[in-house]
Write a protein that binds this ligand. Structure first.
Ligand code: MG
Length: 263
């Protein structure tokens, strides 16, 4: 980390060009406000419209990079159908619509699931979630159980190899495989329409820090949403402020294209 990030307001969208910018956006806590239950989130219709305009002005160089499965994102953003990296890079859908998934070894997941489900069942308010290659315990409704949930996860994981613990906002997750959000962004950047552009990634959680460092390597722009130590170069105070900035970016990109077309 090198010092404090600059306020996002100081990043003037008119300095960015739609034809040379590649947008990578986290979902929860970045585009969508965090809700009591992961299924209860929603994206404002106006934000979906902004994403649609950004997708069009960048000629498709806009991807969602999230811890959720790809199908969740499609459901929340419908009818938008964007390139997505899901489950922290374990699965990916390219701009051409090709879907791929990192090979993972879920051996031992059955026993882990049983142990952690039993822990969640014994502690009402905890939410137990399974995805391909991942098991998550959400404690947003029982924040006082953060330490107990972490202890349960570490105890359950004892003796298992090839699995990683990700601690996010009000969630602790066990993930198989080595893939990260940073890997997913690197993979997108090798493909059209992202290739050769300057990456911009925005995210809110500690699990986004790898991706902030990844875009820094390509002289990209990184934006942290909310408080907390970060390697990002800019900070937005919250989702509202970030969505407002995205709206300015969409306006800027649209007007640059109109100017180019002589309209
Ligand atoms: Mg997030």
């Amino acid at each position: 980390m090198t010092g404090q990030p600059a306020p996002l307001i100081s990043l003037d969208p008119s300095n960015l060009k739609p034809e040379s910018t590649a947008l990578f956006l986290d979902f929860d806590g970045t585009l969508a406000d965090i809700a009591e239950h992961p299924d209860a989130v929603s994206v404002p219709a106006v934000t979906c419209d902004i994403l649609r305009r950004l997708e069009r002005s960048t000629q498709g160089a806009l991807a969602i990079v999230t811890g959720r499965p790809i199908d969740h994102i499609d459901r929340f953003l419908a009818p938008l159908y964007l390139p997505v990296a899901g489950v922290h890079g374990l699965e990916r859908r390219t701009a051409r619509g090709t879907r791929s998934a990192v090979a993972i070894d879920e051996k031992g997941f059955g026993a882990l699931k049983r142990k952690l489900k039993a822990f969640a069942d014994a502690n009402p308010g905890l939410l137990f979630e399974t995805k391909r290659g991942s098991i998550a315990l959400h404690y947003r409704q029982r924040p006082e159980l953060a330490d107990a949930a972490a202890a349960a996860v570490h105890a359950a994981l004892d003796g298992h190899s090839g699995l990683h613990i990700l601690s996010g906002k009000m969630v602790i997750e066990i993930k198989a495989g080595e893939a990260t959000k940073a890997d997913a962004i690197a993979a997108f950047m090798k493909e059209l329409p992202f290739r050769g552009r300057r990456p911009l990634f925005a995210g809110d959680d500690v699990t986004d820090e790898d991706a902030f460092r990844e875009v820094a390597r390509s002289e990209g722009i990184s934006i942290k949403i909310g408080s907390g130590t970060t390697a990002a170069s800019f900070r937005s105070e919250g989702t509202d402020a970030f969505r407002a900035w995205l709206a300015r970016l969409a306006d800027c990109f649209d007007s640059q294209l109109l100017t180019e077309q002589g309209l």
